[in-house]
Design a protein around this ligand. Structure first.
Ligand code: WTA
Length: 644
């Protein structure tokens, strides 16, 4: 908890926010004590239904089960598009800002509806229907959002794979979800560099027999291989289709999407979200956490390949009839002032990004900020990792000119939408604190023994009762969901994060308590990186931990043991780095590789990561007890050869 950074009062001009301090207290209380009535009203206010629900919520956290709005029916694309048409047909739904500042597109709600319908029809014509899985491996172009919505139109389940993942990682996900179609692009374009998406897809599909269709969006016009019968161009298959496509009426609990995310063990898990609860919480949080006003331009800088892009580029904004900005490029291209130039150019009111981006831009100097006006900005947001109070203050004072509330939103792929966050007109801000729970969210802190901590204190962050956009399953392995999230402390959802709570009831997330890294806001399992490293013939063993990194939040520190007789050298290091990039993607590039003739293990052979973390963090005074190690001398060696 930071004592050097005082609480900021709610800035002037927010007295008429959607949620006032009194509203927050009243609605939060009601959302828990009168849950069904509260969410029933919200579901009527926020969503359009084909058929009303029979019951609002039932859950059993011992079994890991939850159901919201059972018996109800609705279609997500209708909620995000069609129902807005009477008022908003000509309003811009998506502003697209290309990698090159000269490239822009403005897509109205009417155009969005026509595009989504044409693609929905084209997919149906290729045999894709309700319940089928469709993999999206896309650059940040409007067709990514169109493809998501086209899937929801026909009841297909999308699973988006971030365009920065390698062919190997893509293949794993397509196989795991048993996708029948892939939607991709010839190439992506980021920071002036082409990303060979279709070529990557081709490498993956050599081993994915379930896929019979690959739709290719022409982005750069690059010459790519098209496999006869399987590969079709987006513009060609949509050209002849009708602008009307009968929406599939979905049950509230029908699957909406699968999104793979890293855990502490094994391969990434396919987090499954369902239809009504997810859309409701994405929609409610968008309106209340960002205090969204009709006509405003909202910009979330995430990629649609992450949950943040799902909920706050596409579903939350469009369900509210908002104008959402989609950015193809990177914050430092053509230079570090790009974000603020775009804010001025498109008159952005709400800007939502990750602390790692804020720190990186802060490091480039204030001139890149001060050359822009930023007068249109009203609210700033952060997500993905704890924000250090220094970066918070810079964001608040330099970017927001001290006028704009910052919403520090804590949530996860598994939670689907915001869970803990300030509300602009209701919550005084403490830099570095995600603050207070959203409506319907009941957090608690647990001690090691599972007892609940009352009042101020520190512990494991858990959630005590169901929320609408909760994870419903791990695709293909329901037991894995129960084991991962509902078994550590039966009766609670286990977040994997540690947190403290102060005397005002504010939550301060301290980071993961499991073997999950958070590198530049991207989740990565240490086990995934270790598996990549030991694929190399010269490597016997590897152990990976995180260490504090000024810009990335956490860096990747690898201890690697070569095979007997192998002389480690820089060429081998370079091969290992390359292997991580090939197996996972550039985000998994190790920051440090240290040769380790031995790893600290207990006598039963378990690697003591606690010690490896301390060495990586250079906290050599607090290594703790090493006497239980099978061979305590390996620690001495690791310390003297430390090379961060
Ligand atoms: C971390 C991203 C501190 C946390 C939406 C969580 C945060 C993981 C915050 C989920 C925040 C996310 N403050 N930590 N405001 N937001 N995290 O699934 O460790 O990619 O468990 O979802 O990011 O990452 P994921």
């Amino acid at each position: 908890m930071s004592h050097h950074f005082p609480t900021h009062p709610i800035p002037a001009g927010f007295a008429d926010a959607h949620i006032t301090p009194e509203d927050y207290r009243r609605m939060y209380e009601r959302s828990l004590v009168d849950r069904d009535a509260f969410f029933s009203e919200m579901a009527s206010e926020f969503l359009s239904w084909d058929k009303p629900w029979d019951s609002v919520c039932s859950f059993d956290f011992v079994k890991g089960e939850a159901s919201w709005f059972a018996g109800g029916q609705l279609n997500v694309s209708v909620n995000c598009i069609d129902r807005h048409l009477p008022e908003r047909a000509d309003q811009t739904a998506i502003i697209w800002e290309g990698d090159d500042p000269a490239d822009n597109r403005f897509i109205s709600y009417q155009e969005l509806k026509d595009e989504v319908c044409r693609l929905g029809n084209a997919l149906r014509a290729r045999g894709v229907g309700k319940g089928d899985r469709v993999c999206l491996y896309m650059p940040m172009v409007p067709e990514a959002a169109i493809a998501m919505l086209a899937c929801t139109r026909i009841g297909a389940v999308h699973t988006i794979v971030f365009g920065g993942f390698s062919p190997e990682a893509l293949k794993d996900r397509i196989q795991s979800a048993e996708c029948s179609a892939v939607i991709t692009s010839d190439e992506g374009l980021r920071g002036g560099k082409a990303v060979p998406l279709k070529t990557n897809v081709d490498k993956s599909l050599t081993d994915c027999p379930s896929v019979d269709t690959c739709v290719v969006v022409r982005r750069t016009g690059a010459d790519v291989t098209m496999v006869d019968g399987r590969d079709v161009y987006y513009d060609e298959i949509t050209a002849t289709q009708s602008n009307d496509c009968e929406p599939e009426s979905m049950d509230s609990e029908d699957p909406l999407f699968i999104l793979y995310t890293s855990g502490s063990t094994g391969k990434p898990k396919g987090v499954l979200h369902t239809t009504a609860g997810y859309l409701l919480q994405a929609s409610m949080t968008f309106k209340y956490v960002f205090d969204y006003r009709d006509g405003e331009v909202f910009w979330c800088t995430a990629d649609v390949g992450w949950v943040t892009g799902h909920s706050y580029i596409v579903y939350g904004p469009l369900a509210n009839g908002a104008t959402t900005l989609m950015f193809e490029g990177v914050p430092t291209y053509p230079d570090a002032g790009r974000c603020w130039d775009v804010v001025d150019k498109h008159q952005v009111s709400i800007f939502y990004t990750a602390p790692t981006a804020i720190r990186a831009l802060q490091g480039k100097g204030d001139n890149y900020v001060s050359r822009s006006s930023r007068k249109s900005l009203r609210i700033l947001g952060t997500v993905g990792e704890p924000i250090n109070p220094e970066a918070w203050e810079w964001y608040f004072n330099t970017v927001g000119d001290g006028r704009c509330p910052i919403v520090d939103t804590w949530w996860q792929t598994e939670t689907g939408a915001h869970m803990i966050s300030p509300l602009p007109g209701a919550t005084p801000m403490k830099p570095g604190s995600a603050s207070v729970p959203f409506f319907g969210v009941e957090p608690a802190l647990l001690a090691e023994d599972g007892s609940e901590i009352e009042g101020p204190g520190a512990g494991y962050l858990v959630i005590k009762s169901s929320w609408p956009s909760q994870i419903r399953s791990v695709y293909g392995d329901h037991q894995r969901m129960v084991d991962t999230y509902f078994s550590n402390y039966p009766g609670y959802y286990f977040t994997g994060d540690g947190a403290t709570r102060d005397a005002d009831g504010y939550y301060w997330i301290t980071g993961r308590v499991d073997d999950v890294l958070n590198v530049s806001g991207h989740r990565m399992g240490t086990a995934e990186v270790e598996s990549a490293l030991v694929l190399h013939d010269s490597i016997a063993e590897a152990a990976v931990v995180g260490f504090p990194h000024d810009i990335k939040g956490q860096g990747i520190y690898c201890y690697v043991t070569p095979m007997e007789g192998i002389e480690p050298n820089d060429a081998l290091k370079a091969e290992l780095v390359q292997l991580c990039v090939e197996e996972i993607g550039p985000i998994a590039k190790p920051d440090v590789i240290q040769w380790a003739p031995g790893l600290p293990k207990t006598r039963s052979g378990k690697i003591m990561r606690r010690i490896l973390r301390k060495i990586a963090e250079n906290e050599l005074d607090s290594l703790g007890d090493t006497s239980t190690l099978a061979d305590p001398s390996v620690v001495e060696d690791l310390i003297s050869n430390r090379n961060a």
